[in-house]
Design a protein around this ligand. Structure first.
Ligand code: NAI
Length: 332
């Protein structure tokens, strides 16, 4: 079986090759690696392949799916949990097998969420630079003690729960909001409506998937309901947040801090070295001017353990596709 891997970086090659080597002979596949992101211009690279292996910013909209279908591709394996980048209705109509990696390491994303909160709160990123330049002044580095603060978790699924458990260990009070409340979360926190969560939380952390219902869940209105000076954290999907509204809330000083690992227009920027170029995205550039904003480039998942799990599950998903057996990770 030949699989065209898109958005392939050296670490993807390494983990997929390792998993392939460790697999039983009958389960091995031939991976053809492409650095390019999958879109209508690059879909032809899958010519002669049975499947494509894709990541968060590969675009599997109706025209791309149609091209893949015409090329004879019939399997789509996602190296991620979210599948908002796949037009599922079209994929279903064209008979694609679509499978994802539902949980590779919820703790990896939860720990990165905490890393963002702790860095932004105690300004360790600024302190690091200052100390290296021999500046030991503390002005501007004042943080808040997190013990006793209220953290609102929007989406108390696997990552939300893992995040909540870490905050609980730090002595924080927990509020959660989820249309499907989780008993495991209820054992450590209180389930409330979204408006109440926004009004009572010192930190609001987003962990729900991006769907038609959750797109721009954080907008001018929801931001105005947040506590003045609160911190907004998004390690889920960029589209949950209206970035223009966040900039307005930062400029008005209503929003205290923003930490994001995902950004609505990230497909133009993230996972690429753009350091020598002029970045045209004025919204992103404005966001980067605030001293109380911290951005990382979608690295929440990026641990050795998670990469290993992603590669192994991807091979297992392909095994189900080949054998025609029911795949627990199918989304079509
Ligand atoms: P999950 O499916 O275990 O949990 C998501 C939860 O969100 C579910 O309990 C669901 O009921 C809830 N939810 C759905 N609609 C909601 C709404 N309107 N309001 C509040 N809650 C709602 O998924 P998991 O594994 O916890 O992942 C969450 C998200 O994290 C993924 O959808 C993905 O977008 C993102 N993610 C980000 C990564 C990164 O590297 N930054 C890596 C992996 C996932």
């Amino acid at each position: 079986m030949r699989i065209a891997v898109f958005s392939a970086r050296p670490y993807d090659r390494h983990s997929l090759d390792q998993a392939n080597k460790a697999a039983a002979a009958g389960q091995r596949v031939q991976f053809l690696y492409n650095e390019a992101t999958l879109d209508s211009r690059t879909a032809a690279l899958a010519d002669g392949c049975d499947g494509v292996c894709v990541f968060v910013n590969d675009r599997l909209d109706a025209p791309v799916l149609q091209t893949l279908h015409e090329l004879g591709v019939s399997a789509i394996v996602l190296r991620c949990a979210g599948f908002n980048n796949v037009d599922l209705a079209t994929a279903q109509r064209l008979g694609f097998f679509v499978a994802r990696v539902p949980a590779y390491s919820p703790e990896a994303v939860a720990e990165h969420t905490l890393a963002l909160v702790m860095t932004l709160n105690r300004h360790t990123h600024r302190a690091y630079n200052r100390v290296r330049e021999g500046n030991f002044m503390l002005n501007g580095l004042l943080g808040r003690t997190l013990h006793g603060k209220t953290v609102g978790i929007v989406g108390t699924g696997k990552i939300g729960l893992a995040t909540a458990r870490i905050f609980k260990g730090m002595g924080c009070r927990l509020l959660g909001h989820d249309p499907y409340p989780s008993p495991a979360f209820q054992a450590i926190g209180e389930d409330v409506e979204l408006d109440e969560l926004l009004a009572r939380s010192d930190i609001v952390s987003l962990h729900c998937p991006l769907t038609a219902q959750t797109e721009h869940l954080i907008n001018d209105v929801s931001l105005s309901r947040m506590k003045p000076g609160a911190m907004l954290v998004n390690t889920s999907r960029g589209g949950l947040v209206d970035t223009g509204a966040v900039i307005r809330a930062l400029k008005s000083r209503h929003l205290g801090h923003v930490a994001i690992d995902v950004y609505e227009q990230e497909s133009e920027l993230f996972f690429q070295d753009r350091s020598g170029e002029i970045i045209d995205d004025d919204v992103f550039q404005r966001l980067m001017t605030f001293p109380n904003v911290l951005v990382t480039g979608h690295q929440g998942f990026f641990t050795a353990e998670a990469l290993e799990e992603i590669a192994q599950t991807t091979l297992a998903n392909l095994g189900h596709f080949t054998a025609g057996t029911p795949c627990p990770n199918c989304v079509t």
